[in-house]
Design a protein around this ligand. Structure first.
Ligand SMILES: *[C@@H]1O[C@H](CO)[C@@H](O)[C@H](O)[C@H]1NC(C)=O
Ligand SMILES: *[C@@H]1O[C@H](CO)[C@@H](O)[C@H](O)[C@H]1NC(C)=O
Ligand SMILES: *[C@@H]1O[C@H](CO)[C@@H](O)[C@H](O)[C@H]1NC(C)=O
Ligand SMILES: *[C@@H]1O[C@H](CO)[C@@H](O)[C@H](O)[C@H]1NC(C)=O
Length: 401
C-alpha cells in the first residue's frame, strides 16, 4: 500500500516499502452519577459552572474522596480487555499550568495503574468487502484512573477565555494501546470495538460527539529491519471517521516528507477536519517536566479477590475483582457468535446487528414474533429498515415500525 518510488533516493532505499506504526491513547469518561473524587454531579451540557464543588475548584482545605463506582467501572473494563488487575495501585500528581486545571495538577496513576497487560481483538473487512473479514489483536499496555480537566472556551471576538469547571474532576479511564496497528482503518476498527465494549459494560457512554471518548494517535513510519521512525502525536480526535482520516493523512505526509529528504519532528499535531489534514499544534504541554509526585491525600487503592478477601469484611467497603468478573455481561464478540450460532446468519451480518444500538434485540424480537426465517428478517433489516432509518435520520430505538 505504501510503496513509493522516489527518483531522488538510492535504488535500494526506494524499493524498500514503508511500514507505518500506529499507537493509540483513549480517554473514556466514566459513566457515573458523581465525579472521581467529589460528590458533584456528572452531566453533559449543564449550564456552565453549575456542577462544581469546592474540591473541583481546588479551594484550600478540600480533600479527595475516591468514588467506588469509578473504580468498579475501571476494573470491569480492565477485565473485559483481558488485563491483569493490580490489587494495589497508586495515585500521583501530574503538574502543569492551564486555566482549566485550578489545582495546577491532575490526579492520575503514573507509577502503578489499576490494570495492565491486556488485549483487544477487533475485526475489519478487506477491500471494503463485508464478506472478507479479518480479526486482529492490539495489546493494551495499561488502563489508569484519572481526573478530567475543565474546559476553556475561547471567545476570539472579545479576546477572552472563559473557563467552565463542570468537567473538572470527572472520572476518566485512560486506555493505552501498544503500537500494534498500521493504518487508519485498523485504528478506527479498534476504537469502534472498544466503544462497543464500554457501552456494553456501561462503564462509559463513550459518545464521541459529546467528548466522552477522545483519541490521541502516535504515528511513525520506518523501513523493514530499521528502528521505528520519529513519531508525531495527533491529539484530540473526536470521531472514528476522523481518526481513520487523520492517521492515514499523517502516514502519507511523513512518507512524502522523508522521501523528499525532509525529517519528521516529534511534535504534537491536530486534525483539521475541514481541510482533512493534520497541522502542528501550539503545544500547551511542550517539553514540560510534569514533576510527578505521589498524591499525599489518597492512600494506595487496594482491591481484593475472593482468595485474598479478609474474613468479617464489610462488603460495602471493599471491591472484589472475582465478584465483578462473574457479573460481566456478554461482550460484543460473544453476542455476535451467539447470533451466528442461534440464527444461522452470516458473521458479517452479526457485525451489522451489533453496530447499531438496539438492533440485535430488535432482530431477535422480530424473529420471535413473526416466526419468519432469520435470514429473511436480516434481508429486510439490511435492505429496508436501515435505509428507512437513515433517510429519516432515526435511530433503531426511535423507529415506530
Ligand atoms: C505486565 O507485563 C510486563 C512486561 O511483560 C511484566 O513485566 C509485568 O510483570 C506484567 N504485569 C502483570 C501484573 O502481569
Ligand atoms: C480476550 O482474550 C480472549 C482469548 O485470547 C479473546 O478471545 C477475546 O477476544 C479477548 N477480549 C477482547 C476484548 O479482545
Ligand atoms: C506516544 O508515545 C509516547 C512515547 O512512548 C508516549 O509517552 C505517549 O503516551 C504516546 N501517545 C499515544 C497517543 O500513544
Ligand atoms: C523528541 O524531541 C526531543 C527534543 O526536541 C528529544 O529530547 C526527545 O528525545 C525526542 N523524543 C523522541 C521519542 O524522539
Amino acid at each position: 500500500n505504501y510503496l513509493r518510488i522516489s527518483p531522488f533516493s538510492s535504488f535500494l532505499f526506494s524499493l524498500a516499502p514503508w511500514i507505518p506504526v500506529v499507537g493509540l491513547e483513549i480517554h473514556a469518561q466514566i459513566s457515573s452519577n458523581s465525579k472521581l473524587f467529589s460528590g458533584s454531579q456528572v452531566q453533559f451540557a449543564a449550564p456552565p459552572n453549575s456542577l462544581v464543588s469546592f474540591f473541583d475548584a481546588s479551594l484550600p482545605g478540600t480533600l479527595p474522596v475516591l468514588n467506588r463506582r469509578c473504580v468498579e467501572a475501571a476494573v470491569m473494563t480492565g477485565l473485559a480487555l483481558n488485563c491483569s488487575i493490580n490489587k494495589k495501585s497508586l495515585f500521583d500528581r501530574k503538574h502543569y499550568f492551564y486555566a482549566d486545571l485550578p489545582a495546577g495538577y491532575q490526579i492520575t496513576q503514573q507509577r502503578v495503574p489499576i490494570a495492565v497487560n491486556g488485549s483487544l481483538s477487533y475485526s475489519l473487512c478487506i477491500d471494503n468487502k463485508m464478506s472478507q473479514m479479518v480479526t486482529k489483536t492490539v495489546r493494551i499496555k495499561q488502563i489508569q484512573l484519572e481526573q478530567d480537566s475543565g474546559k476553556s472556551l475561547h471567545d476570539d471576538t472579545r479576546c477572552q477565555t472563559l473557563v467552565d469547571l463542570n468537567r473538572a474532576g470527572v472520572g476518566l479511564m485512560e486506555v493505552v494501546m501498544e503500537p500494534d496497528m498500521c493504518c487508519g482503518e485498523e485504528a478506527a476498527a479498534a476504537v469502534r470495538e472498544l466503544q462497543l465494549i464500554l457501552q456494553t459494560l456501561g462503564s462509559s457512554q463513550a459518545v464521541m460527539a459529546e467528548g466522552q471518548l477522545r483519541v490521541d494517535a502516535n504515528v511513525s513510519v520506518h523501513h523493514p529491519g530499521e528502528p521505528y521512525g520519529v513519531r508525531t502525536e495527533v491529539k484530540n480526535i473526536n470521531s472514528i471517521r476522523f481518526l481513520a482520516k487523520a492517521v492515514d493523512y499523517e502516514i502519507q505526509r511523513q512518507i512524502e516528507e522523508l522521501e523528499n529528504g525532509g525529517t519528521i519532528l516529534n511534535e504534537t499535531r491536530a486534525f483539521d477536519s475541514k481541510l482533512g489534514c493534520t497541522v502542528p499544534m501550539r503545544d500547551k504541554e511542550g517539553k514540560q517536566d510534569y514533576r510527578f509526585m505521589p498524591e499525599p491525600n489518597l492512600p494506595p487503592l487496594i482491591l481484593y479477590d475472593t482468595k485474598s478477601l479478609p474474613a468479617n469484611v464489610n462488603h460495602q467497603q471493599v471491591i472484589n475483582i472475582d465478584w465483578i468478573q462473574e457479573r460481566l455481561p456478554d461482550l460484543p464478540s460473544v453476542k455476535r457468535e451467539k447470533l451466528v450460532e442461534q440464527y444461522g446468519i452470516l458473521p458479517e451480518h452479526s457485525f451489522t446487528l451489533l453496530n447499531e444500538d438496539g438492533l440485535a434485540e430488535f432482530f431477535e424480537s422480530v424473529v420471535k414474533q413473526t416466526q419468519m426465517k432469520p435470514k429473511k428478517v436480516i434481508g429486510w433489516i439490511l435492505n429496508d429498515l436501515l435505509s428507512y432509518l437513515k433517510q429519516h435520520s432515526l435511530t433503531v430505538k426511535e423507529r415506530s415500525v
